[in-house]
Design a binder for this molecule. Structure first.
Ligand code: AMP
Ligand code: ZN
Length: 657
């Protein structure tokens, strides 16, 4: 039947094109044609499920998400390598080798900083892939490895079991794009491509792994049947022949050649698509490897040279402050461009205020900069001899460079944070928090929609949410009339949320959900809370000095006042609706008399009522307590006559604790 022939033809054509694209890096088919052909193949396979073969390009992302990975015992252990840290150690390694085998040649290869895996083929078909694990037992990550396009799903004319070892990595380009994407979405960033590759390879859902565009460089045949190899080079050539992407390798006859090659790899590291954490030198002849053997930990025929992190001087031309999404101010040194570990470095992190102070880094200083691998460059120290005479100690800003609000030291001590309620740098996060389930609970206002609104300039503070116009929202990408209506309805509904949620939604430092409830119960209205002093606040159960100060500061900042005014204008509820959980005054009646200093009568009444008590106007036998301020008159006398306990303001407040 023609369609079956077409399936076979498309499969061949697409596998070939994939090989040319992913392994040879030499595309012969346009993306358009490829996608088109793949679609056709999918259609045909849907009509002829019996004709789907495991090596069909449609089968790279087929598998279901797993519950957990199963363990795999490696047929041949994935050995580790002996590290050497300088060229003399490398020469000593050569001496040891030549003590056993006088005539050797070495294969010198970059040491890919990724994850070691074993790929197993049965009669040419890729059947299993496993991580290295502890070298003897790893995890079965076959489904994820199938998504790696440079791994051939079928290799021609290799009967029996065939196992090849390689290093899976995330190409540097993919890594940077991924982190950019994650940054936009407010997700945690991967520290380096290795971590990103590890996280991707251990995804239980192969669909996620597929999006990560992992790649592989294979560097060893672990097991082969019916084929014999005499040297490592022969093995690598065989692998290349079978369609694998093979590690770049050079053959060196002497250790000095090998040293030069190791140096060349280090200098050219930026040109590799992967990060390297060293170079590997291996005896090429397999019989010689046999003779040399292995120690308990690693083979005696190979060594891994680790490049020292490069350190270079540069001059600090400026110190700039970036405000992160959480409001943390991070200082950065702007440097005169310097080549380091294969890239041009123009700035370095200074971590925080204390770091600058400790090292006394000043603008104009010459500093030593280090960059290890892909990690952000760092300032190691100041070269004091080169300090310009007029260099001044660096003064950390007291206000946020983005919004001008005062900054404060974080509770953990290290970070300096902007306190602005409407700080543009923190806007996405502020809004997402404001709308979150435990705060104002605005359905449909997730981070993507928040980004959308902010990106279009429709929202600059949480207050703006309540002034959105349907036509503006509907005009946004991925929105439309219906979802705009739903969103606005949800925002409208949130106006009625309880005060406790609003207080929490402000994102005041130290004020979590629970404190929001306590404050709402105690003060009853936003106005009352806003007028509270540090003393009044610390008098509240569970509220300490730091929290009290943070609240008072927040309510005194112009941005907060602007935000509150805007919310008021919108008609957002600012009163406590829910009865407090605390009913300690149930059945008790209070009478207030004299002029109170710590609170108004209204506030005191509220405090009593919130706890289930009653505030009465005159003293009777039913009165439980009289609270007497300055210059109390007849009511106080009456209380004394009736023998009713009289409380000072202080004593009254103590009842709240
Ligand atoms: P180590 O983990 O430091 O003992 O180094 C050994 C690891 O280096 C192996 O597990 C491999 O994953 C990795 N590796 C990367 N590139 C190569 C290579 N070209 N040859 C051998 N091992 C390599
Ligand atoms: Zn700010």
């Amino acid at each position: 039947m023609d369609e079956l022939k077409e399936i076979a033809r498309l499969r061949e054509q697409l596998n070939r094109a994939g090989y040319e694209y992913y392994v040879l890096d030499n595309p012969t088919m346009s993306d358009y044609d490829y996608d088109h052909a793949l679609r056709r193949l999918e259609e045909l396979e849907a009509a002829h499920p019996e004709a789907v073969t495991p090596d069909s390009p449609t089968q790279r992302v087929g598998g279901q998400a797993l519950e957990a990975f199963t363990q795999v015992t490696h047929r041949v252990p994935l050995e580790s390598l002996q590290d050497v840290f300088d060229f003399d150690e490398l020469r000593a390694f050569d001496q040891r080798v030549r003590g056993v085998e006088a005539e050797v040649s070495y294969s010198v290869e970059p040491k890919v900083d990724g994850l070691s895996v074993a790929l197993e083929y049965q009669d040419g078909l890729f059947v299993r892939g496993a991580t290295r694990g502890d070298g003897s037992v790893g995890e079965d990550v076959t489904e994820n490895l199938r998504t790696v396009k440079s791994i051939p799903l079928r290799i021609p004319e290799v009967p029996g079991t065939f196992i090849v070892r390689g290093e899976v990595y995330m190409p540097k380009k993919v890594f940077h794009a991924l982190n950019e994407e994650r940054e936009k979405r407010g997700e945690a960033l991967f520290a380096n491509p290795r971590n990103a590759a590890a996280g991707s390879l251990r995804q239980l859902d192969p669909k996620i792994a597929a999006q990560r565009k992992l790649d592989i460089a294979v560097f060893n045949i672990q097991w082969a049947e019916n084929v014999e190899f005499h040297s490592h080079t022969e093995g690598l050539n065989f692998l290349a022949d079978k369609g694998f992407k093979v590690i770049p390798h050079a053959i060196c006859q002497t250790i000095e050649q090998a040293v030069a090659q190791v140096e060349a790899i280090g200098e050219g590291r930026e040109h590799y698509p992967f990060d390297i954490d060293g170079a590997v030198i291996k005896v090429d002849d397999l019989a010689q490897r046999q003779t040399l053997g292995s120690t308990a930990k690693f083979p005696r025929w190979a060594a891994a040279y680790k490049y020292p992190p490069e350190v270079k001087p540069s001059r600090v031309t400026d110190i700039v402050i970036q405000v992160g999404r959480t409001g943390v101010l991070t200082p950065k040194a702007v440097l005169e461009p310097v080549r380091l570990a294969g890239t041009t470095v123009t700035n370095a992190t200074l971590h925080n205020q204390d770091f600058i102070a400790e090292k006394d880094i000043r603008i104009g200083d010459t500093v030593l900069v280090r960059k290890a691998g892909e990690i952000i460059p760092e300032v190691l120290s100041v070269v004091l001899d080169k300090r310009p005479a007029d260099a001044q100690p660096y003064l950390f800003p007291q206000v946020c460079p983005e919004c001008g609000a005062p900054v404060e030291r974080d509770e953990d001590g290290a970070h300096i944070r902007c306190t602005g309620a409407e700080c543009p740098a923190q806007l996405l996060r502020t809004l997402a928090h404001f709308a979150s389930r435990d705060a104002m609970d605005i359905e449909g206002l997730g981070i993507a929609v928040v980004e959308n609104l902010v990106g279009a300039g429709l929202v600059k503070t949480p207050g703006d949410l309540y002034f959105l116009k349907e036509e503006d929202v509907a005009a946004l990408e991925r929105m439309g009339k219906k979802s705009a209506q739903n969103l606005l309805a949800a925002i409208e509904k949130s106006k009625q949320q309880d005060l406790s949620r609003l207080i929490y939604a402000f994102g005041i430092r130290q004020v979590g959900q629970k404190t929001g409830k306590v404050l709402s119960g105690r003060f009853g209205s936003l106005d009352a809370l806003q007028g509270a002093s540090v003393e009044e606040l610390t008098a509240v159960e569970d509220i300490g000095e730091i929290t009290a100060r943070s609240i008072v500061d927040w309510f005194h900042s112009p941005q907060s006042l602007h935000l509150i005014a805007r919310l008021k204008e919108a008609g957002v509820n600012m009163l406590a609706q829910q009865k407090g959980e605390d009913q300690r005054f149930a059945g008790k009646t209070f009478v207030l008399t004299g002029s109170l200093e710590r609170f108004t009568r209204d506030e005191a009444t509220k405090m009593i009522e919130d706890r289930g008590g009653k505030a009465a106007g005159s003293v009777s036998k039913k009165t439980t307590y009289v609270v007497a301020g300055e210059a109390a008159g007849s009511k106080l006398r009456k209380a004394q006559e009736l023998g009713i306990p009289v409380l000072t303001e202080e004593e009254f407040l103590q009842l709240m604790d």
